[in-house]
Design a protein around this ligand. Sequence first.
Ligand SMILES: [Zn+2]
Ligand SMILES: [Zn+2]
Length: 429
Amino acid sequence: MAGTVPTLPESFAPSSDSVFSDQFGFYSLDSNVPGLSKVILDKLNMKEYSEYRAVLEGKSKVGFRSHKEMFQKLEETFQFCAYCSKLPSNLPDPKALKRCIKCLNVYYCSKDCQKKDWPLHKKFCKMLHMVAIDRLVEWLIHTGDLPFLTEAWSRPAKEIRCWEDWLSMQGDLTPRLEPIMSSKNMTDLWANACRPRPEDAELHVSMWRVCSEFLSRPLTIGLGIRMCCLDPYSRPLTIHLVGAGHNETLGARTTDLDELSRMFPGHQGLEVVMVGPEVVQGPIMRPPLRAFGPRGRVYISAYKGLYHQFWEEVVEKGEAARPDLVVGFHPGFHASQGLGEGWLPTLLLLRDYNIPSLFTMYNDGELQYSLQILLELEMDIKGTGPNPFSSQKAEQVQSCPNKQPSYCNAFYLYFQGLLDTALEEELEQ
Ligand SMILES: [Zn+2]
Ligand SMILES: [Zn+2]
């Protein structure tokens, strides 16, 4: 059971594909709930991970006949006993699996399992209740109903130190949320979801949490701009988003980082190039600018490939500007089994060109591992800590729900160039 590593499917070929971090993550679901990765593929009518990838990359579509079917299949990927990990297919009566009525998020195969799990589950039930709502409300990001409209910043960026400060500039959100509450997609969502529509107050805070994840990206970039004392009012800036993957690029719109223009109104032009092997096709897939971006606007472009390749093929040839700042959301190099071929050349490049770099992590454990790797590379770490603009939406560990959740961009790590001591040694040699 828990702790045993399952045999990987035959299609699993880590060597050729190891720069794709989530292949490991996907099959590691099975170490907690044996067979869960297969359930997810089955629900999506897929045979193997490569098909799942193709969908994530926008190369093929999952055909659902209706929204009802889509939400049902999504829910079915959470259906296993939270105590003994049995999947419905391993029960004499698959219908015997019953949901916790408080959170509507975890399932049990029997009253006995539920009773035994309660001492642990009661610590997470409330949080899992919110998570179950959020993962449905998140659909409204894909339909374009969310994020809600935001205001230009009435105070300078340096005075906005946390979400509370940011919210205080927004005023009452209710009039902006009301049209979304009564929208067709919101009605559709709860007509088809496998649960009743939550109370309005609960939906309001859920919409805020979902939007905080979306806004956390531009605000974290803004934090990086301020940390390395760049002035977007004195000249145009170029930011490279390294290791960009599905989170940033699936369904991405060219307006996704516009909050940066509300943060620095009238700036000289901000260009963001998303670079990564997992970049997904879409409207942002366009070449970087040769001249600087239009004043007061954010221009997003994307390049599918590893960062050092992008550097050699595009930056060195003068087809893209050198970055003033490099940002990486959850680069995951601490867990990457292909650090050598994937992240190492990038990290060395950032170090040797002395580029200010800001990376984010889901939790403190990841931060500590990442820090260790960067210290081994003799990077000059300028700062680390909890990100004041961390997402407020909890991420449930799908295969192990009774666990402390993670939050997107929860921690940051800021570094630039080589450590002084390492530099001195180099000079002495
Ligand atoms: Zn059970
Ligand atoms: Zn519960």
